[in-house]
Design a protein around this ligand. Structure first.
Ligand SMILES: C[S@@+](CC[C@H](N)C(=O)[O-])C[C@H]1O[C@@H](n2cnc3c(N)ncnc32)[C@H](O)[C@@H]1O
Length: 353
């Protein structure tokens, strides 16, 4: 019988168990959007923050979250079933290790990411996803009337744009520590974080390497946030943030950081960005590309899931290592090392050819 078939006339007990397990797995996939929204509600109502000091009843949490008590209990019960909360009896719930990751104020927090993926721009665009496959491209125009980064640049979307930048910071948290440990900054005095958002990566490098001067190049609506983060980190004296367009020009530096930039763009624009870095690089210039590199087909691989998001909301894609090497070769760079950097990311180290 076909694997996963429910036809009772062909079902041995083993087939039936496998069919039930397959149906359960597919049901989880079908209802994944409900899980995203449950996670969003937990994050948005700040339930993990309310539980940070210890377990509470759903009713007490509801008072602090200004939410309806019975609905809050049902939400917390669902979150306990997802492993975000632990049930302690008597309608009391506590935080698990996973739930801790949705607190707003902890290193490694994924709260902003949980919120941005279910906020207007991404959520509306996903409704159009099958058309992304039919047409081979982003659906933000269909959903929002414009590209994602144009949408975030509009003043009326400032709050969502700030959330996006913070979500990028959340992802940086998964990578930066590992990356900072790997990167050899010998001979480097200036670093430009190309499309660096709020600068988490470059600020991490600067913290670990007191000789470094760092810069973020990003769109005008983003750079003020980068300056604020540098000030918070006490690094303003070695840091600048420049508003610009990396498709046009990139400032001179010894080392370029391109973290989650390539995956936003098609091959042609990736080559343009990399060439701009190559032209501005000093002799012996170096670059670090940080991305999720697609591995062997057919193995569980989170990067292929992220690739669907890239297909839907950007002009970009996740790539395998050969596809990256082709971009580097076309833009005057050569890959010299590849290391895992945590959170499923890899650091591809490049030197100018
Ligand atoms: C996916 S985010 C990555 C941010 C950051 N590198 C990180 O890993 O956290 C892409 C960044 O590119 C910036 N960006 C998009 N288009 C740009 C352009 N034409 N010039 C400069 N920055 C741009 C966005 O504002 C955003 O901060």
């Amino acid at each position: 019988m076909l694997e996963g078939s429910n036809d009772p006339s062909y079902t041995t007990p083993d087939d039936a168990m496998r069919a039930a397990a397959d149906a359960g797995a597919v049901l989880h996939m079908i209802t994944g959007a409900w899980v995203s929204q449950t996670t969003r509600a937990i994050a948005m109502l700040r339930i993990p923050d309310h539980l940070a000091a210890g377990a509470e009843t759903a009713e007490d949490v509801a008072k602090r979250a200004a939410s309806e008590p019975r609905a809050t209990y049902r939400l917390m019960r669902a979150a306990a079933s997802l492993g975000l909360l632990g049930y302690e009896g008597d309608r009391r719930f506590g935080l698990t290790g996973r739930g801790q990751l949705l607190r707003s104020d902890v290193p490694g927090s994924l709260r902003a990411l949980a919120l941005i993926q279910t906020a207007h721009a991404h959520w509306q665009s996903w409704e159009h996803f099958p058309d992304a496959v039919r047409q081979g491209g982003s659906q933000t125009k269909a959903a929002l009337g414009m590209d994602l980064f144009e949408y975030f640049a509009l003043p009326e979307n400032a709050e969502e744009a700030a959330l996006f930048a913070a979500a990028m910071g959340d992802l940086s948290g998964l990578v930066s520590q590992g990356a900072v440990a790997i990167v050899d900054t010998g001979g480097v005095s200036t670093v430009v974080d190309v499309g660096g958002a709020h600068g988490d990566f470059v600020l991490g490098l600067m913290r670990a390497n007191p000789q470094l001067r760092g810069q973020v190049l990003d769109l005008p609506h983003v750079v003020e946030g980068a300056r604020r983060e540098a000030a918070k980190a006490g690094l303003s004296d070695r840091f600048t943030a420049v508003a610009g367009d990396f498709l046009e020009e990139v400032p001179a530096a010894d080392l370029y950081l391109l973290k989650m930039i390539m995956h936003d763009w098609d091959d042609e624009r990736c080559v343009t960005i990399l060439r701009n870095c190559r032209s501005a690089a000093g002799p012996g210039g170096r670059a670090l590309v940080v991305e999720m590199v697609i591995g062997e087909i057919g193995k569980p691989d989170f990067s292929t899931r992220v690739d669907m998001n890239m297909l839907n909301v950007t002009r970009g894609m996740e790539r395998d290592v050969d596809e990256y090497d082709a971009l580097f070769a076309a833009s005057g760079w050569r890959r010299t090392a590849t290391d895992p950097a945590g959170g499923g990311y890899s650091i591809l180290q490049l030197e100018a050819v």
